[in-house]
Design a protein around this ligand. Structure first.
Ligand SMILES: NC(=O)C1=CN([C@@H]2O[C@H](COP(=O)(O)OP(=O)(O)OC[C@H]3O[C@@H](n4cnc5c(N)ncnc54)[C@H](O)[C@@H]3O)[C@@H](O)[C@H]2O)C=CC1
Ligand SMILES: O=C([O-])CC(=O)C(=O)O
Length: 349
């Protein structure tokens, strides 16, 4: 999956046409049948939004790219629109244009909201971001109720349940189409594991389950491929580093925000997987925070098979090590209360 996306990016950068015949054939489409797909980025002028918009402009599966923010989108859209790839780019600014931005969307990616500063938890963002997400989701329910939604705004453990409640109230909720983006946890786990195991990172995979904050992030290194049989103390250190990956970046940025570039990469990877699923590409599997019955919690991140309707199958956790079993029990109370906080907020007003 990753190599095919890199191929897509490379092709986009080197081709004057939107995508090559070879690429179209590799994806199993005739050039006539590559579907039109509209992708919307809400918060497109932000730290994540800008590089994510760039990466989506490089994705040959996108035919229409709609960039929305409360400020500065015309500049970002004008800039990105000059890139000679398939999609047509439009920029929208201000709430009065949100409906037009969203209309006919296939995939809506939401990196709108404030990022952390050192000393803050993701939950400290709740007060501001919950309201932003709630109003954006109300607009999605109104203008593109059938779109796949990729929620990046933190705290993901609460913003996804908020989105679900907003959609339920509007009568548009489809649990197959709502995803919390936890791909950055997987990206980090792969990178850190490859470093410790001393294996080429391109071939590494590590499922990451649970949620997207601190101990709720549970990387399953016992299922990492290739297997490296790392000693327990190294697994513990890798787990902790993956859980604290976001904080590592927040501290290094020293007040200038949180992960943006790696998040844009991860967000583009996940949106690409959703588009492939919508287009009927088989065996597209990514970890994501979705409505789930894998545990007793109503939302949970695990491997998900993506298809033409969004979630095709939520996959189980597989065999866990004792350390991972313990981690699963530790994460449940925090994840439960973050989910409940989101549900309560959405139903308050
Ligand atoms: N899921 C994940 O793995 C990750 C999530 N994040 C989260 O992503 C969010 C965005 O982070 P950054 O891009 O660094 O922040 P940023 O502050 O650079 O950008 C946020 C953008 O959202 C826009 N915005 C605010 N209210 C809006 C509204 N009502 N409608 C549309 N746009 C609106 C702002 O104008 C700004 O351009 C944060 O909540 C952050 O915590 C960040 C990294 C990883
Ligand atoms: O740490 C943060 O606040 C941003 C984030 O979610 C991440 O980088 O994983």
């Amino acid at each position: 999956m990753r190599s095919s996306m890199l191929r897509s990016v490379r092709t986009a950068l080197t081709s004057t046409s939107s995508f090559t015949r070879g690429q179209v054939l590799r994806r199993g489409f005739s050039s006539e049948s590559v579907p039109e797909r509209k992708v919307v980025v809400l918060g497109a002028a932000g730290g994540i939004g800008q590089p994510l918009s760039l990466l989506m402009k490089l994705n040959p599966l996108v035919s229409s790219l709609s960039l929305y923010d409360i400020a500065a989108t015309p500049g970002v859209a004008a800039d990105v629109s000059h890139i000679n790839t398939r999609s047509e780019v439009k920029g929208y600014v201000g709430e009065e244009n949100l409906g037009e931005a969203l209309k006919d969307a296939d995939v809506v990616i939401i990196p709108a909201g404030v990022p952390r500063k050192p000393g803050m938890t993701r939950d400290d963002l709740f007060n501001i971001n919950a309201g932003i997400v709630k109003s954006l989701c109300a607009a999605i329910a109104k203008y593109c109720p059938h779109a796949v939604v990729n929620m990046i705004s933190n705290p993901v453990n609460s913003t996804v349940p908020i989105a679900a409640e907003v959609f339920k109230k509007a009568g548009t909720y489809d649990e197959k189409k709502l995803f919390g983006v936890t791909t950055l946890d997987v990206v980090r786990a792969r990178t850190f594991y490859a470093g410790k195991a001393n294996v080429p990172v391109a071939g590494v995979n590590v499922p990451v389950v649970g949620g997207h904050a601190g101990v709720t992030i549970l990387p399953l290194f016992s299922q990492a491929t290739p297997q490296a049989n790392l000693p327990h103390d190294q697994i513990v250190a890798l787990t902790k580093r993956t859980q604290d990956g976001g904080t590592e970046v927040v501290e290094a940025k020293a007040g200038k925000g949180s992960a943006t570039l790696s998040m844009a990469y991860a967000g583009a990877l996940f949106a690409d997987a959703c588009l492939k699923g919508l287009n009927g590409v088989p065996d597209v599997v990514e970890c994501s925070f979705v409505q789930s019955s894998v545990t007793d919690l109503p939302f949970f991140a695990s491997k998900v098979r993506l298809g033409k309707n969004g979630v095709e199958e939520v996959l189980g956790l597989g065999a866990l090590s004792d350390y991972e079993k313990e981690g699963l029990e530790i994460l449940k109370p925090e994840l439960k209360s973050s989910i409940e906080k989101g549900i309560k907020f959405a139903n308050q007003s």
